[in-house]
Design a protein around this ligand. Structure first.
Ligand SMILES: Nc1ncnc2c1ncn2[C@@H]1O[C@H](COP(=O)(O)OP(=O)(O)OP(=O)(O)O)[C@@H](O)[C@H]1O
Length: 306
């Protein structure tokens, strides 16, 4: 059924998605495109509409309005075909309590009809999962590992991961990131939803940020860093302090001073000129901290919280 799909088309293509629950609008005209082979971060604060969007991608929710294509198919009409061809990891994992981890892996692979057992064994070991214990004895993190092993090991081209690491310890979080990188290197496409910027920043090349069910920003991470300013601090010689302030002002940089130290927020393109000026006057203790995406996010989240 994927025969009609062209390889350059987005693997996930959502246009003007609206999802209402009664009178409440959870997703409000959202666009989301995920290109083949990309690792796409899907970011937003709690309640932004990430899970609702993902459930619509899986055909679990019917859109109120808008158009959704996943792997070229409409998930509302072809939910079985779509979900068989992708790997999905929910944030809250519920599994059959009386099965062992291994039996769950067998059952999930059985539902899909295709399996890579060698990859499953490799990943079970990498995630330090004991597959012989019953699910009901597993911690939240261990339940999550079962689903992560099944997802990464499955022979699928698309992974949809909805806040997949909330129960993992830091060591396993590193393992998770390695799995994402390996999957990307193998040409698989990944949608990774999170409200943790750091998780997404390390592994994603593109991101979509949403809040209140609406798009805030979408694009390449590298371009978003470009939008934010670097923080520069320096201690110019006291006798040149006023002149340096004046010259920075002419560069369009506003500087604050605190006990002889200048603090300024400098647009990326102006950084070389500002640093050149500070070097020229032989300022001490020059630091330059590149834009942190965290700052960009906090701005959006601050608005969302109001
Ligand atoms: N079945 C439902 N019925 C009514 N409201 C719902 C339903 N599912 C979600 N919502 C509401 O829709 C909004 C978006 O929820 P959603 O779970 O999609 O957000 P999210 O971005 O995934 O948040 P989180 O990061 O907390 O998981 C929330 O206000 C939520 O309460």
């Amino acid at each position: 059924m994927t025969g009609t799909r062209h390889t350059h088309e987005p693997v996930i293509d959502v246009r003007h998605l609206v999802k209402r629950f009664g009178r409440f609008t959870a997703v409000d005209g959202l666009d989301l495109q995920v290109q083949p082979g990309s690792v796409h971060g899907f970011l937003g604060p709690n309640g932004a509409g990430k899970t609702t969007t993902i459930r619509a991608l899986l055909g679990l929710y019917r859109a109120t309005a808008g158009r959704i294509r996943v792997l070229g198919l409409d998930p509302a009409r072809h939910a079985d075909a779509v979900t068989r061809q992708l790997s999905y990891v929910p944030g809250e994992v519920t599994l059959w309590p009386n099965l062992t981890g291994q039996e769950v892996l067998d059952a999930l692979a059985g539902l899909r009809g295709r399996r890579d057992e060698a990859a499953e064994r490799r990943l079970t070991e990498a995630f330090a999962l004991d597959p012989h214990r019953k699910v009901r004895t597993y911690s939240k993190g261990n339940r999550q590992k079962v689903v992560l092993v099944a997802a990464f090991a499955a022979p699928t081209d698309l992974l949809i991961l909805d806040e997949p690491t909330s129960g993992l310890d830091p060591l396993m979080e590193v393992m998770f990131q390695q799995c994402v990188r390996d999957a990307a290197a193998a040409g698989r496409t990944i949608l990774l939803s999170s409200h943790l910027l750091a998780e997404v920043e390390d592994v994603c090349d593109t991101v979509t940020i949403i809040k209140d069910g609406r798009l805030v920003e979408s694009g390449r991470l590298a371009d978003m860093r470009h939008l934010a300013a670097s923080t520069v601090t320096a201690r110019p010689p006291a006798e040149q302090f006023a002149a340096v302030m004046e010259r920075l002002h002419r560069l369009g940089v506003a500087a604050d001073s605190d006990a002889g130290v200048l603090h300024m927020s400098v647009p990326r393109t102006t950084v070389p000129a500002a640093l050149g000026l500070l070097a020229e006057v032989e300022a001490d203790d020059i630091t330059c901290t590149p834009a942190r995406l965290e700052d960009l996010f906090l701005r959006h989240y601050a608005v969302a919280a109001r």
